[in-house]
Design a protein around this ligand. Structure first.
Ligand code: XMP
Length: 515
């Protein structure tokens, strides 16, 4: 689906910032692709290539087996920008020298620019940038000139304007680098001469057209999970092929309060697709009976899902295609650093393990998009903003928020408690910045007193965290008034819970979910 749109390729040397570079480029309306280092040059040069960026990486060029650069990249006839490790590779490959740094440089550094052409066009002569390196270019390659320095590093930036090769030791993609966005703009628009005409709205039109062409008069099956990715796929395919898209939504009885109704309301009417809600709660509770170990619960839910989905899918034997909500980070994360771009099915979409008799061709229309781009597309396609911004929810659902054995009664209790947490959190002005907030049902009962009577009931924990990416998280400092109201409402309104506690652990050492 690349068409002839202009594209900048980022060769990934394993930097934690590679995806950020790709995002920064796309934010400037230039389409970007990440290619693992070691991939053949044909993987870099395809399409309407306008420039190449060599990313940073954790290696030292002196380390045994350190990834190198194919000289052919400098002869593609497009500008190349080396960042950090990418700069050292460029220096070494083109006849300069790299030396191991005696003093490492991490964090903010002041640099002085001696030549304001190229990347530094229109920028001040002195600026603060973000460094993270040990090795450095000690001797620039023939034809290059050094254009910036720091007190620690003689060559912070170098270029050969004639061959349009540029390199910087620091990271322009991170927010801490002053004028980093301007440098990337200079590279994209002044050096690569990109037009910057890549728009998500035109992406939608192009993708819908391409889906129509590919699918023709055939039919498509989609496992709709209710998450953002599969919902956006449903809306997109709904626009392309309407009721020839058959969506299977499995109500496993482990969903949030009224979630199945919301899905019915959203997709059953408005999107002109064929929605099948499979009410399978009983089967899931049976599979979970007596299971208390967290991993065993996840496996039981996963197995049951595959079985239910496969049974339903057999009813749609005439479908040629199976649609998946795979997004770009899934594709990139599943590409090995050695360069073999593998094609994996997103495992938490749960349809990866379908039985062999079910043979579908995959349709993955979101493979090129980042999560926030998927959200923008979803909104443009008419999905409600509130739905699109929903908090992450684990595949095994409430089963991993009910500690101990899962029963229908405990699910009902937890849903009742959880909906009250959501209602109170939503009243907070900054609620959108909260990553996740939910209730957890604990497998202990405690003594309480209500209306002069002794009670002996469940304890409910509240988990509320701030996070950027779920890799690390800190517990949210909720106002005492909010905590008090959550506790008051749950103990008064939910029969069966007489105590509420607040989880004050970060991740690590805890995880966000309790199981
Ligand atoms: P943890 O608990 O590992 O969770 O800190 C990190 C993030 O992942 C979500 N999560 C899951 N998502 N299937 C999913 O699709 C799962 O099995 C699963 N387990 C945890 C969790 O809600 C948090 O956002």
């Amino acid at each position: 689906m690349d068409g002839e749109k202009e594209c900048v390729v980022i060769v990934d040397y394993g930097s934690q910032y590679t995806q950020l570079i790709a995002r920064r480029v796309r934010e400037k309306h230039v389409f970007s692709r990440i290619v693992p280092c070691g991939a053949p040059i044909s993987a870099v040069s395809c399409g309407n290539l306008r420039g190449v960026i060599l990313s940073g990486g954790p290696n030292s060029v002196f380390a045994e087996g350190a990834p190198g650069v194919d000289q052919a990249v400098f002869k593609l006839g497009v500008p190349v920008l080396g960042i950090c490790y990418g700069m050292q590779l460029m220096g070494q490959a083109l006849g300069g020298s790299v030396e191991p740094g005696t003093a490492r440089e991490y964090g903010s550094t002041q640099v002085d620019v001696s030549d304001s052409d190229g990347l530094f066009d229109g920028l001040p002569k002195s600026m603060t940038v973000w460094m993270s390196h040990g090795d450095r270019v000690s001797e620039i390659p023939p034809g290059f000139k050094a254009v910036a320095s720091s007190s620690n590093c003689r060559v912070v930036a170098m270029c050969d304007a004639e061959r349009r090769l540029y390199a910087i030791q620091f990271h322009p993609e991170v927010a801490h680098t002053q004028y980093g966005g301007e440098m990337l703009s200079n590279f994209l628009f002044k050096i690569c001469r990109c037009k910057g005409d890549w728009q998500l709205s035109s992406w939608i039109d192009q993708t819908v057209r391409a889906l129509k062409d590919r699918i023709g008069n055939d039919e498509v099956l989609l496992g709709l999970s209710g998450g953002v990715d599969s919902s956006v796929v449903a809306a997109l395919l709904g626009r392309a092929i309407g009721p020839r898209l058959h969506c299977i939504f499995v109500d496993n009885g482990l969903l949030r309060w009224r979630e199945a109704d919301e899905i019915r309301a959203m997709f059953g009417g408005r999107f002109n697709l064929d929605l099948h809600v499979v009410s399978a709660a009983g089967r899931f509770y049976k599979a979970l009976a007596g299971v208390t170990e967290p991993e065993a619960k996840r496996k039981a839910v996963g197995r049951e899902f595959i079985e239910v989905f496969a049974e339903e899918a057999r009813k749609f034997g005439s479908c040629r295609f199976l649609a998946q909500g795979t997004i770009y980070p899934d594709v990139v994360e599943s590409s090995s650093a050695a360069g073999a771009v593998s094609h994996t099915i997103k495992s938490h979409h749960n349809v990866g393990g379908l039985p062999a008799d079910l043979k579908f061709e995959l349709v993955e229309p979101l493979r090129d998009l980042f999560k926030d781009e998927v959200r923008i597309v979803g909104r443009a396609l008419g999905l409600d903003a509130e739905f699109i911004e929903r908090q992450p929810f684990p595949g095994p659902g409430l089963s991993v928020r009910i500690l101990g054995e899962v029963t229908a009664e405990k699910v009902r209790l937890l849903q009742q408690a959880d909906v009250r947490v959501q209602e109170e959190i939503r009243k907070l002005p900054g609620c959108r910045s909260i990553w996740q907030s939910f209730a957890v049902l604990l497998p202990v009962r405690t003594v309480g007193v209500m209306g002069d009577c002794r009670t002996y009931e469940h304890v409910c924990a509240i988990r509320c965290v701030d996070s950027q990416d779920a890799m690390t998280a800190d517990w949210t400092r909720l106002p005492y008034e909010t905590l008090a109201e959550i506790s008051r409402r749950i103990t008064n309104e939910v029969r069966g819970i007489n105590r509420v506690v607040y989880d004050i652990t970060s991740k690590p050492p805890s995880t966000i979910e309790w199981e």
